[in-house]
Design a protein around this ligand. Sequence first.
Ligand SMILES: *[C@@H]1O[C@H](CO)[C@@H](O)[C@H](O)[C@H]1NC(C)=O
Ligand SMILES: *[C@@H]1O[C@H](CO)[C@@H](O)[C@H](O)[C@H]1NC(C)=O
Length: 433
Amino acid sequence: MAIFTVFLALSCLFSGWPDVSAQGTDRVTIEKLRENLQSAIELEWATIPPYLNAALSIKEGTNKPVNGILWSILGNEMDHMALAANMLNAIKGKPVLNAAKAPRYPGPLPAGCLPDLNVTLEKMTRAHTERVFMGIETPECEDSVTKFHDHLSKAASPDLQASNKMSEKVEDAFPGLLAKCDEEGYSPDTIGAIYIHKILCPMYKLEIQAQGSPEGTIFTGDPGRQVSIPFKVSNLTTAIRAIAFIISQGEGGDACNPYVDDQFAENNKKNVPSHYFKFAEIVHGKAVEYGGKPCRARDPWCHDYFSPCDGKNCENDITFNGPQVPFDENDVWPIISNPSTDLYPPGSEARKLSDDFNKVYVDVMQCLHDALNGHPEKLKPDCADDKMVDLKKKGIQLVQTPIYPGGPNASPTYEFDYKEKGQQQQQQQRIEL
Ligand SMILES: *[C@@H]1O[C@H](CO)[C@@H](O)[C@H](O)[C@H]1NC(C)=O
Ligand SMILES: *[C@@H]1O[C@H](CO)[C@@H](O)[C@H](O)[C@H]1NC(C)=O
């Protein structure tokens, strides 16, 4: 469960997504909705190697608070990937996790998300956390989005979920949400907004249309394909809960509230920061505090007034004056940035360990693909425990291994095509000789 316990990304322009404007959701087909859910899976996947790399670079037994934050976020990201796949399976889609869909680095996130953010693979540093990790998780600052989250949070609450009877008309179930979907001038900007406007709203409308059809619902997928971690998706109600869960843990819904909605916090904890704010705590070196007396820039105690939104002041003050979140950059292995198999000399220890790592990485992803395509029983312990623990072990060995004597250490490359790359390099060397 350690690895499978922990994400969500935030401020994204999904210009590459099939265009579905808020007002145009009536035109969305079930095929487009399936494509959008596949894109969501790829996006969640793309966040994992950068976070994993940073976690692996921390020397074992050191920097414990920061290490803990990184692994908990990794677990969330795995959960979010599983939920996106459950939603896709619930509407009779087929998740794909193969070489063609694998994220590549350095470069932007997939699906046109945050095109200006160059996601790099690097060791853990505060600068990297601020630029790349807070960049990925930047919250949406648009007020209309914040209001949507209020409705979403209520719709996801266990009380409302329980009171929704099968017999109720779909359009009566979550009236606040549906009205929001129809609001004009709402343009998706963050990953959370994308989940609402490219997934939730079209899903809702397609479900209403399906009421008149022979099947009566779009949720006709085989329930046997659902993975139970974190929970199964079988109807619109559970899909809404899945989307609220993903958004709340990642960007947190309201940019001026640093905490995850209580109903989605791990182990029923209170005041768990969203991913964006967990990363901000690392950058500031102190835990976030929220909702004290209003903070004005001239108050002497208010030296660390913080807003995630340019030009927007948050009504409840956010300060980083809590307990220390120490991070010592000396207790991090000196791994190279943006690695590639080509950079590791053939026959070297670094190359051997890198190939071993990639073999297990491909194996983990194949295992997850199988688990999400009709073999949910493989998820645990096979994929999420056995294979991922092996991946972590291989990664820990790799980051301790210099590429050449006196050189920087190697770093996982997360390549499916590492064998082909290695061959090209050997051929090239022969030509040079
Ligand atoms: C992304 O970063 C890498 C490594 O620093 C660099 O080589 C590449 O040119 C950058 N890409 C863009 C689009 O800025
Ligand atoms: C949706 O599925 C959940 C879990 O299977 C179930 O408890 C709930 O009653 C269902 N809700 C509706 C409206 O069908």
